[in-house]
Design a binder for this molecule. Structure first.
Ligand SMILES: NC(=O)c1ccc[n+]([C@@H]2O[C@H](COP(=O)([O-])OP(=O)(O)OC[C@H]3O[C@@H](n4cnc5c(N)ncnc54)[C@H](OP(=O)(O)O)[C@@H]3O)[C@@H](O)[C@H]2O)c1
Length: 327
């Protein structure tokens, strides 16, 4: 099969086309023939070697967590999927397997979901990591519910666009930060108080909008961009940070400070094991129109390096996907 691989960690230029053997599914695996691969910030960090603490690097190494395509084959224990099914998945990459910038990839059946009618491969490839991380941060670990005052710091990114919509769908009042060019985008997603961090003082804006403090705050950007996050949350509220690997501060000190203020402090990393059901729920919400897809920009797989430059800028709106094949 063809694949976009790296032979060493480094800048976008280390990405290159190669031929590798098509993987063979293990008993619980689905072999997916990929139409589109999703692009996430984790991909450039992985390419640069920043995930070394979490996984052994081996070469040639295929980058990429998210995939959408067609089932090509299944292992002996797989019952819920058959060849020809349209599926999307965060693949086995999070558990150390090869990634999705390739013609084929493997995904354990517990992290695969069917693509509903009406959702394209490109749209489905934009979902797994961003939407799952947002769901887990907002609901599984954050317990967001109706009538809460919720803020998403970094609302216009891949993850943020889902987080604001999940919180809105749950009936919360939502504020979110973004730069000036994304204010209208977030207003269109139903954000009640869009805070333009380039023009406004975030603390003043939050204090005026939620004088008693936020019930829930999600930091999807990094601690240096909102160093007083804890002060914005009410006593008994919840502060969730998404670990970024590049701007996380001191976890232990942050947890101690939160404990002193009686704020639940969560560092929420995506858990892909057993995520099929959540992926299915998210697809249902898209199908019913309760949430909508973020803007999706498409690159051919051959231009993966350019897609990496865009995502690495830290200012992409919505999602990026790579077209791998016409299926
Ligand atoms: N640990 C995990 O399991 C996990 C999982 C998923 C994601 N992540 C991490 O979470 C972060 C967000 O992921 P993503 O997919 O949403 O990234 P993304 O699509 O690249 O979005 C980043 C967003 O951050 C916004 N931003 C940049 N500087 C900002 C600032 N000072 N204040 C407010 N917003 C700012 C940008 O909006 P503007 O252009 O409007 O500034 C941009 O839309 C990344 O670091 C990613 O690696 C971690």
């Amino acid at each position: 099969m063809y694949a976009m691989i790296i032979e060493e960690t480094g800048g976008p230029e280390v990405l290159r086309y190669s031929e590798l053997p098509t993987p063979v599914p293990g008993a619980a695996d689905v072999l997916v023939q990929i139409a589109y691969a999703g692009v996430n910030p984790a991909d450039w960090k992985n390419r640069q070697g920043l995930l070394a603490a979490y996984r052994p690097y081996f070469f040639p190494y295929i980058i990429g967590f998210d995939a959408a395509g067609v089932v090509a084959a299944v292992g002996d224990d797989v019952t819920a999927f058959k060849p020809g099914d349209r599926v999307f998945t965060p693949t086995n990459h999070g558990q150390g397997g090869q990634g999705s910038y390739a013609q084929y990839t493997l995904a354990n059946q517990d992290r695969v979901a069917h693509i509903p009618d009406g959702l394209s491969f490109a749209q489905a490839a934009a979902l797994p990591v961003a939407a799952l991380t947002a769901w887990q941060a907002v609901f599984d670990r954050g317990g967001v519910h109706a009538n809460q005052k919720v803020m998403i710091h970094g609302g216009s990114g891949g993850l943020g666009g889902f987080a604001v919509q999940f919180a809105r769908w749950a009936g919360a009042q939502v504020a979110a930060t973004c730069s000036t060019v994304n204010v209208e985008y977030l207003q269109g997603l139903g954000v009640e108080r869009v805070i333009d961090y380039r023009e406004e003082d975030i603390t003043q804006a939050v204090n005026a909008w939620a004088p008693d403090g936020l019930d829930y705050l999600l930091d999807a950007v990094g601690v240096s961009t909102l160093p007083n996050a804890l002060d914005l949350v009410r006593t008994g509220g919840t502060l969730v940070s998404i670990p970024t690997l590049v701007d996380d501060g001191d976890f232990e000190a942050a947890a101690t400070a939160a404990q002193a203020k009686n704020v639940m402090r969560v560092f929420s990393t995506m858990d892909d094991v057993g995520c099929s059901a959540t992926l299915g729920k998210i697809a249902d919400l898209l199908g019913s129109g309760d949430i909508c897809l973020p803007p999706i920009r498409e690159f051919p797989l051959a231009e993966a390096a350019e897609a990496h430059r865009v995502i690495q800028s830290g200012h992409n709106r919505g999602k990026l996907v790579l077209k791998v094949a016409e299926l």
